[in-house]
Design a protein around this ligand. Structure first.
Ligand SMILES: [Zn+2]
Length: 119
């Protein structure tokens, strides 16, 4: 099965690899350390994009409108959570990149606990 982001990832990686080749052409005297840094910096853009997209794929599994037994439960009293809509949440991923995820936020109708369910 083809992932929805596959083409974007292909495009991004092709663009990054092209950029690296161009950078190399305009920096023929770059040292190994400089090359290493440049390649790493550019590849980490792809890394951040892939992490963000992959995390989004699971976050898009909406649970509002699902029957109670399929909704995430309150960790305290096990009551199925009520959705409070989607909220943006910024997480810090490896390498110091900020990754913004759209998560469905839920609250417990019994004890009032609010949380972003895992996933
Ligand atoms: Zn609760």
């Amino acid at each position: 099965m083809k992932e929805p982001n596959e083409e974007q990832w292909q495009e991004l990686s092709t663009r990054i690899l092209t950029d690296i080749r161009e950078w190399r052409r305009s920096h023929p005297k770059a040292t190994l350390a400089e090359i290493e840094e440049e390649v790493h910096r550019r590849m980490s853009q792809l890394e951040a994009q892939v992490i963000e997209d992959t995390a989004h794929t699971s976050a898009f599994q909406c649970w509002s409108g699902k029957p109670a037994h399929e909704r995430p439960c309150c960790p305290i009293c096990r009551t199925p959570l009520q959705t409070r809509g989607k909220h943006m949440r910024t997480l810090q991923a490896a390498g110091g990149h900020d990754i913004t995820l759209k998560r469905e936020y839920g609250t417990c109708p019994t004890c009032g606990t609010g949380l972003f369910p895992p996933g």
